[in-house]
Write a protein that binds this ligand. Structure first.
Ligand SMILES: [Zn+2]
Length: 468
């Protein structure tokens, strides 16, 4: 049974789908004003793994991840790049795909752009006004009235913060309560706008997720996720809006709320607002995409994860060990035997426990260890079968999708210049010829020379040589 930690109840709960074998999953997406950073990569590779695992368990996943393609920063950036909003956001969305595809993150089934849902959002705001949960200010903004929301604060439980803001009424602003937040923003001079019954303007940020998730997934959602920094105020406000607009109990709007822990850089939260972040693009200059993916799943998703060179190097090494175990074995399709079933069940047990990826990794290492043993004893058929199983389970985590030979040679290539690679290939060829001519002395000499270059040779019975 799959158990998932629910932020709302602070307990691990059994996943009980609303509709038989379909899971309605909504994850807050990217505001496309800049390149994606490593924090995005963590959240989206975690949910990508969750979806792959749910599919493995036989569920269909209605995965919805929105794209915020209108906000203040987007307007500023488009202006400074001398592009229209549409030109700029389309370009940034393509950049986002390049990065996320690189990390083997599958694209969502539904990927709604906010600007395609303005009518849906206006309808949602209209409902909130009609039910007196919102009000129009004198400058044409529409505000959500926080005092009218039942159970506001149930998700973040940050009572002190919530009490302090909701009691405080700021008479200098046009808000009734300083914690009230904007649903519709009237356009300033020269800003893009859409027509609405209240003013020419654009939607606030929080309202888009309430309106879009209701439109695509319906009143209730199985799982709603995002980074833990979105818990307050974004998700808290979303609960208030959805519950008030669509008359849903705040406790049942979403069955399970999932939050991914923060990524730390120099012991501080990695974030754009603190200017303490790396883009995925920057990290890809130093490490290959699969190493980054491995690293991102190396801590439990609810825990913090520290980005530093040591942790990246450990990830690189771990991945290499798994590829070395697979190296030289051709996986075969087969039905699992007892030994393989044992590993699979263990893997499932770890994933069923709130998607415990670090523990799932340890199962893969047990398999790799056994694989190395089988190889050393020349039990090739058993090794082939186990290798197949190892790849299958690792693919659920989005890793080990490359040919081991290519991967390992690529690792060597990265540290050497093209001239050295050519030299290695030439030496291997000379050595193969020497072996054919039974010139063992020369063959051994070349092997030693290659070893000093960090190249490991494995001779196959037919006379061919593999290298890594
Ligand atoms: Zn959202």
């Amino acid at each position: 049974m799959l158990k998932i930690f629910n932020t709302l109840t602070q307990k691990k709960e059994i996943l009980k789908p609303i509709n038989f074998n379909t899971i309605k999953l909504y994850v807050c997406g990217v505001t496309v004003y800049d390149l994606c950073h490593l924090g995005h990569a963590r959240t989206f590779s975690i949910f990508d793994t969750i979806i792959r695992y749910l599919n493995y368990c036989g569920y269909q996943v209605e995965y919805t991840r929105n794209i915020t393609d209108i906000d203040d920063k987007i307007i500023q950036r488009a202006f400074s790049h001398h592009e229209t909003i549409v030109q700029f956001t389309n370009r940034m969305i393509q950049e986002m795909y390049i990065d996320l595809d690189n990390l083997n993150i599958l694209r969502p089934k539904h990927e709604p752009k906010v600007t395609n849902y303005i009518d849906t959002i206006i309808n949602c705001i209209h409902l909130l006004l009609k039910k007196k949960h919102a009000y129009i200010t004198r400058n044409g903004d529409v505000m959500f009235s926080i005092n009218t929301a039942n159970k506001y604060g149930i998700l973040s439980r940050n009572k002190k913060l919530i009490q302090s803001i909701s009691k405080y009424t700021n008479h200098n602003t046009i808000k009734k309560n300083s914690a009230d937040f904007v649903l519709w923003k009237s356009a300033k001079f020269n800003e893009p706008y859409w027509m609405s019954p209240w003013s020419k303007g654009r939607p606030g940020w929080h309202i888009e997720c309430s309106a879009i998730s209701h439109n695509i997934l319906g009143k209730n959602i199985d799982i709603h996720g995002g980074g833990s920094d979105l818990m307050f105020p974004h998700h808290e406000n979303e609960i208030a809006q959805s519950a008030c607009a669509y008359s849903i109990d705040p406790n049942v709007y979403v069955n399970i709320w999932m939050h991914v822990g923060m990524l730390l850089l120099n012991n501080e939260k990695m974030s754009k607002s603190l200017n303490n972040f790396f883009t995925i693009r920057e990290i890809l200059k130093k490490y290959d995409p699969e190493t980054i993916r491995y690293f991102l799943l190396s801590a439990h998703y609810r825990n913090q994860l520290k980005y530093n060179d040591n942790n990246m190097k450990s990830a690189q090494l771990a991945l290499k060990r798994l590829y070395i175990a697979l190296y030289g074995i051709n996986p075969i399709v087969h039905s699992a035997n007892d030994e393989e079933r044992y590993f699979t069940l263990k893997f499932i047990e770890k994933m069923n426990d709130d998607f415990n990826t670090p523990e799932a990794y340890s199962v893969l290492f047990e398999m790799a260890h056994e694989l190395n043993r089988l190889k050393s004893k020349h039990y090739y058929i058993r090794a082939q079968r186990l290798a197949t199983q190892l790849k299958l389970l690792a693919n659920i985590l989005g890793i080990l999708y490359q040919n081991p030979e290519n991967y390992l040679q690529c690792q060597v290539s990265k540290n050497k210049n093209p001239f050295e690679i050519e030299k290695i290939q030439k030496l291997i060829q000379i050595r193969e010829d020497a072996r054919k001519n039974k010139n063992w002395e020369l063959a051994d000499k070349i092997r030693t020379q290659l070893t000093t270059l960090g190249v490991i040779l494995e001779d196959e019975p037919e006379g061919k040589t593999r290298w890594r």
